[in-house]
Ligand binder design. Structure first.
Ligand code: BGC
Length: 385
C-alpha cells in the first residue's frame, strides 16, 4: 500500500471528523467543564520511554500537532518504569489536564490513575498499546497489530524464499532452522504481533518447511520483558550455545521489533554469522523487525537485517489528535474497529492504521520519499536531530 493512500486515509478521517465535530466546538465537555477554546485546554501525553526512537518521535509528533491546534501540552516519558509513569499521569490529573493520551508501559498498571481521570471527567485515549482491565479508557488509536504480525511472518518467509501471500513466487522448500522472539508480555500488542506471525508460520512448522530447533514456540518462552535489546541478545546467545552448539546453522529469526533485532544480530555476529546475506559459509540469517528505526534501516540497506515494518508515527499522532479534539468538542471520535480490542472489561472503540513491510528496495520509495527519513540519515544510520 502506498504512502499516498496512507495520507489520503488520514486526511479523509480528519475531514469526516471535522464535519461531524463542528457543532460541538466550544462546548468543553470535559476536564471540569466550562473551558472551551483550545488555548484554555491542556492535554497530558504520557509516553513509555526514550530508549526507543519511535516513542520520542511519537511524543514529539503528538505534541507538535496538538500545539498546532492551539492546545497546551504536558509531555512526559517514563523511562520504562511503571511507578514513574503512574506518578506522571497522577501529576497530569492533579494539574488539571482536560484529556489524556497514554502509551502504557504495562497495559494493566494504570487503573487507579484512570479511575481518577474518570472521576475528573477527563477522557483517556490509549495510544498504540491498549490499556487493559479498566473501564475508563475512552478510545484506542493504533495500527492493525495482528496484520503487523502477519506481515512479519510473511517477511520471514519472503526472506527465506518461501512462497507466501506477499511473495507468491518463492520456490524454496527448506527445511530452514528458525527461532522466534516476542515482545513484552505486559504489552497487549505483543500477543497480536506473535499471533499474527504464527498464523503464517505455524502451518510451515507443521509441514516441516520450518524447524524451530530450540523447540521454543510458546509466547511465554520467547517473550522479551520490556522489549529490551540486551535481553534478546542474551537469549539469542543462549540459543546459539545451546540448540546450535552442534554447528547447525540458524537460517531465520522472527523478531517483532528493531531494537530486539539489533540485539539478535549482535549475538549472531559475535558467533561468526554475516555480515551480509550473500555468500559465505555463515550467512546472516533472515531477521525481521518493526518500527523502521534508523539504525535498523541502515542495517537493512547494508544487507544485514532483512526487513522491518513501517508504522508512520506521524499518522498515529494525527489520529490521537483527531480523537482528543473530538472529545474536547463534546463529540465521539470516529472508530474504524469496534470488535477486536477487548481490554478485559469492554471493547474499546479503535482507529487502526495500516502498516507497510520494508525490505532494502523499499527504503527509497517508502521511507525516503515520504520524508520519514532522509537519504543522509539512512546513510549515517542515525537521525539528524
Ligand atoms: C509497539 C511497537 C514497538 C514495541 C516496542 C509496541 O507496543 O506497537 O511498535 O516496537 O512496542 O517499543
Amino acid at each position: 500500500m502506498s504512502r499516498k493512500l496512507f495520507t489520503a486515509m488520514g486526511a479523509a478521517a480528519a475531514l469526516s471528523l471535522a464535519a461531524c465535530g463542528g457543532e460541538g466546538a466550544g462546548s468543553g465537555s470535559s476536564g471540569g467543564g466550562g473551558a472551551s477554546a483550545p488555548e484554555d485546554l491542556s492535554i497530558g501525553v504520557s509516553m513509555p520511554t526514550q530508549t526507543s526512537e519511535r516513542w520520542i518521535a511519537d511524543g514529539n509528533s503528538v505534541k507538535e500537532q496538538l500545539e498546532a491546534e492551539g492546545y497546551e501540552v504536558k509531555l512526559q516519558f517514563a523511562n520504562d518504569d511503571i511507578p514513574t509513569q503512574s506518578q506522571q499521569v497522577d501529576q497530569m490529573i492533579t494539574q488539571g489536564v482536560n484529556a489524556l493520551i497514554i502509551a502504557a508501559i504495562d497495559g494493566t498498571a494504570l487503573s487507579t490513575q484512570l479511575q481518577a481521570a474518570a472521576d475528573a471527567d477527563i477522557p483517556v485515549i490509549s495510544y498504540d498499546r491498549l490499556i487493559r482491565d479498566s473501564e475508563n479508557v475512552n478510545f484506542y488509536v493504533s495500527f492493525d497489530n495482528f496484520k503487523v504480525g502477519v506481515a512479519q511472518g510473511n517477511a520471514l518467509l519472503t526472506g527465506l524464499g518461501i512462497a507466501n501471500d506477499d511473495a507468491p513466487d518463492g520456490t524454496a522448500t527448506g527445511p530452514f532452522n528458525i527461532e522466534l522472539f516476542a515482545g513484552s508480555l505486559d504489552d497487549n500488542n505483543a500477543f497480536f504481533f506473535f499471533e499474527g506471525a504464527m498464523s503464517v508460520l505455524q502451518p510451515k512448522i507443521d509441514d516441516g518447511t520450518l524447524v524451530v530447533k530450540s523447540g521454543q514456540t510458546d509466547i511465554e518462552q520467547v517473550a522479551t520483558l520490556r522489549w529490551q535489546q540486551e535481553t534478546a541478545q542474551k537469549r539469542m546467545e543462549d540459543l546459539l550455545t545451546g540448540s546450535y552448539a552442534d554447528g547447525t546453522k540458524v537460517n531465520g529469526v522472527l523478531s517483532p521489533y528493531d531494537g530486539l533485532s539489533r540485539g539478535i544480530i549482535t549475538a549472531l555476529q559475535n558467533a561468526g554469522y554475516g555480515p551480509t546475506t550473500e555468500g559465505g559459509a555463515n550467512p546472516m540469517p533472515i531477521v525481521t523487525g518493526q518500527d523502521a528505526e534508523i539504525a535498523s534501516v541502515k542495517l537493512i540497506a547494508d544487507g544485514v537485517q532483512s526487513s522491518t515494518i513501517f508504522k508512520d508515527t506521524r499518522l498515529l499522532a494525527e489520529q490521537a489528535v483527531v480523537a482528543a479534539k473530538a472529545f474536547l468538542e463534546g463529540n465521539e471520535p470516529e472508530a474504524n474497529n469496534t470488535e477486536d480490542y477487548d481490554n478485559g472489561v469492554k471493547i474499546i472503540p479503535s482507529y487502526l492504521l495500516p502498516v507497510e513491510t520494508v525490505f532494502a528496495d523499499d527504503i527509497e520509495p517508502v521511507l525516503i520519499e515520504s520524508e520519514y527519513w532522509t537519504a543522509e540519515e539512512v546513510e549515517a544510520g542515525q537521525a539528524a536531530d
